[in-house]
Design a protein around this ligand. Sequence first.
Ligand SMILES: CC(C)(COP(=O)(O)OP(=O)(O)OC[C@H]1O[C@@H](n2cnc3c(N)ncnc32)[C@H](O)[C@@H]1OP(=O)(O)O)[C@@H](O)C(=O)NCCC(=O)NCCS
Length: 186
Amino acid sequence: MISIRPYREADPAAVEALLDRSFGPDRQKKTVYRLREGVAPVQELGFVAFDNKALRGSLQFWSIQVRPLRTDGEPVPAILLGPLAVEPAYAGRGIGMGLMRVGLQRARQLGYRIVILVGDLPYYSRVGFHREGAEGLRLPGPVDPNRVLIRELVDGAAAGLEGLIEKPADAGAEPDEIAGHREAAP
Ligand SMILES: CC(C)(COP(=O)(O)OP(=O)(O)OC[C@H]1O[C@@H](n2cnc3c(N)ncnc32)[C@H](O)[C@@H]1OP(=O)(O)O)[C@@H](O)C(=O)NCCC(=O)NCCS
């Protein structure tokens, strides 16, 4: 039976191996990895799927911000979903969806307001992601714009959002400081 558990219960080397198998060894050359370099994932939003004690899937999120390019407004905090990976032999059993439902629900509970990802719309639209509202987002490198997707966790949080997605201003700060980056949990 599949159970979804906090990331800390997994062997990080096993997760890295799963990611290499899923995305290929060149995965770190992708533009999204520029947003992860030197930044820790959001600890409370790391989840893994186990079948008994065997790792079958993994999902993490990174803090990001959207810096307006056309106005001098303040950067808007958000989180980047991914990487999401499921052991190929276990694909199609709902593990990916299960990881995302748990992760997105927890993110909302923690007060995060906007989630952005780079991925396939037909898959991620199943958990509420869409292109509308993501047209004005830019990444710090090449990416297929049709794969830049967004989902609000709070209605209206991404209204009029446009700009450059970048690492958060407090990248590398202590966790307590990062906590101030989001709204208080309800
Ligand atoms: C994509 C991935 C995470 C899906 O995980 P999963 O546990 O197999 O997904 P689920 O079981 O929750 O959902 C399966 C459904 O999604 C569909 N699906 C899977 N990948 C899809 C994609 N890229 N585009 C559209 N639909 C997709 C399946 O066809 C299946 O449809 P069905 O329910 O109608 O049969 C997994 O295949 C994977 O790790 N792929 C390699 C890494 C990757 O591409 N990650 C996503 C980065 S964008």
